[in-house]
Every structure is written in structure tokens, then in C-alpha cells.
Design a protein around this ligand. Structure first.
Ligand code: NAP
Length: 256
């Protein structure tokens, strides 16, 4: 049975990805930075008859937490087939009317603290987790790494005046963190090019979740199905690519 680790899987897109993978017969290590929330999520899945799942405490910003998660998973399995780097934050605070408070997140005024906080999770967190689990992934016959990214991290799209989010000042911090994640993805895929690994960045689409005060338009079910598609691609599948089915419904591929 293939084994999959998903970070930030206690709720929203990560939780739904766990559910869909369990329904397909995979074993899921459900990552949660708060173990209680992870255990609660596992309880919900087990109540639906989805039993091949266990909660793993993993805060992607915390070296010790990631190392402990690696040790714990290493006691249970010799191989990890899939890593889904899903945990992410926007750094956007909303006012009581649900409008983003721009002062802390624009290119001109965004505070260094906000940039650091968001990069700590969305960039360094992904690198930390990926490097920690690479040895277990290398033992799998068809290892897959999915980076849950965002179209607002695409330099090509974000600099196109016709792009609907072109003038979205609120994405200076978050968008640039996902651009950095994208570049890491390109390099990682390149470094693993002569192996069985497939490493891709996926935009799940603008999704209703806590992430955006439920202002997204898509469902977590749809978003998760886009993510898991690339966790399960075959050996003839792409690597080192960026996909958004919302942006390009035909092939899914979008420019970096
Ligand atoms: P969400 O509802 O805010 O859930 C985020 C998950 O990440 C939660 O489980 C959260 O844990 C976890 N997380 C945050 N910081 C963490 C840390 N330091 N260590 C471990 N886990 C951490 O967001 P979502 O909508 O499901 O988004 C999931 C991914 O999709 C993110 O990478 C996001 O950037 C990306 N994305 C989302 C959208 C969208 O419209 N929603 C669009 C494009 C891309 P807690 O419950 O403990 O906070």
C-alpha cells in the first residue's frame, strides 16, 4: 500500500486530499502542527470508515518537530511514496468586513516580519520537510513530491496586465513566497531528473477555506482532486512543471 505524507492536513484542502487518497486505498500520514487537531481529523475520517490513516505532529517551521516526525514515520515505514507539501499561510489579515488590511502586505509597506513569517512556512518549511523526507522517498519505486503553490506566484502571469489578479497588491508577500517555492521546485526537479521522482507545483484554485475567510469560489473537494492528481501521476507523467486547471482547463500547465 502506497504511503503518503501531507502537511497541514488537519483541515481544508489538506484534509480533503487525505480523505480522497484514503478513499483510493492509500495510507496517509496526516500532518498537523497541532496534534489534537490532527487526532480530531483522523477521528472524523475513521468515522467514515477510512482507517488507514494516522496523525503526525509536524510544524513545518520547527526543526525539532520535523525531525521528530521523520523519526516517527521512519519507525513505521521504510519508504514514503508521496510527499504533499500543502501547509501554507497567506500573511493576510482581514478587517471585520472581510477586507484585507493592505498596510502590512504590499511591496512598499509590507513589514519584514510579515515577509519572514510567510517565507518561514511557505518556503523554508517546504525545504525543511522535503529535505528531511527525501531519504525515505528515495526508497520508493515511484516517488512523487507535490508542492501546493499558487498562480499568484507565477512571475509570468502576475506581470501580465490582462491577468485578473494583476493589480492585487495584497499578494506581494504571499505571491513572492510562492514564486520562491516555484523556483525551489524547478531546481529540485532538475536535481532529481535522472531518478524516478516526479516533482511538480500545483495551484489548487481559488478555494473557499479559512485561508481566505471563505471568500474563495471553488470547493475543497475540487481543489484536493487537483492536488492528488499529481501525487498519483505515472512514470510517463511530467516533472518540473506548474499546473493550474482553473487557469488552463485544457492541459493544466501554466507558465512559471
Ligand atoms: P487553510 O485552510 O488555511 O489550511 C492551511 C493548513 O496549513 C492548516 O492545516 C494549517 O494548520 C496548516 N499550517 C499552517 N502553518 C503551518 C505550519 N507552520 N506547520 C504545519 N502546518 C501549518 O488553507 P488551504 O486553503 O487549505 O490552503 C492549503 C494550501 O493551498 C496552502 O499552501 C495555500 O497557499 C494553497 N492555496 C490555497 C488557495 C485557496 O484559495 N485556498 C489558493 C491557492 C493556493 P492550522 O490548522 O494549525 O492552522
Amino acid at each position: 500500500m502506497k504511503k503518503i505524507l501531507i502537511t497541514g492536513a488537519n483541515k481544508s484542502i489538506g484534509f480533503e486530499a487525505a480523505k480522497q487518497l484514503l478513499q483510493k486505498g492509500y495510507y496517509v500520514y496526516l500532518g498537523s502542527r497541532n496534534l489534537e487537531n490532527g487526532l480530531e481529523a483522523v477521528k472524523k475520517l475513521k468515522a467514515e470508515g477510512l482507517t488507514n490513516v494516522e496523525a503526525i505532529q509536524i510544524d513545518v517551521t520547527d526543526d525539532d518537530s520535523v525531525k521528530t516526525a521523520r523519526t516517527e514515520i521512519g519507525k513505521k515505514t521504510d519508504t514514503l511514496d508521496v510527499l504533499i507539501n500543502n501547509a501554507g499561510i497567506s500573511g493576510i489579515k482581514f478587517d471585520t468586513n472581510g477586507n484585507p488590511i493592505l498596510q502590512t502586505i504590499t511591496a512598499i509597506d509590507g513589514s519584514i516580519d510579515t515577509f519572514k513569517e510567510v517565507y518561514e512556512t511557505n518556503v523554508y518549511g517546504v525545504i525543511r520537510v522535503t529535505q528531511a523526507f527525501l531519504d525515505l522517498l528515495k526508497k520508493a519505486p515511484e516517488p512523487r513530491i507535490v508542492m501546493v503553490s499558487s498562480t499568484v506566484g507565477s512571475l509570468s502571469l502576475q506581470s501580465d496586465p490582462d491577468w485578473p489578479f494583476y493589480n492585487y497588491a495584497k499578494f506581494a508577500v504571499y505571491g513572492s513566497s510562492k514564486s520562491a517555492l516555484n523556483m525551489y521546485t524547478v531546481h529540485l526537479a532538475y536535481e532529481l531528473r535522472d531518478t524516478a521522482f516526479k516533482v511538480n507545483a500545483i495551484d489548487p484554485g481559488y478555494t473557499k477555506s479559512d485561508f481566505n475567510y471563505h471568500q474563495g469560489t471553488g470547493t475543497v473537494e475540487e481543489a484536493a482532486s487537483r492536488v492528488i492528481k499529481y501525487a498519483l501521476i505515472g512514470n510517463d507523467g511530467p516533472t518540473g512543471k506548474f499546473f493550474s486547471e482553473e487557469t488552463n482547463p485544457e492541459t493544466g500547465e501554466i507558465p512559471w
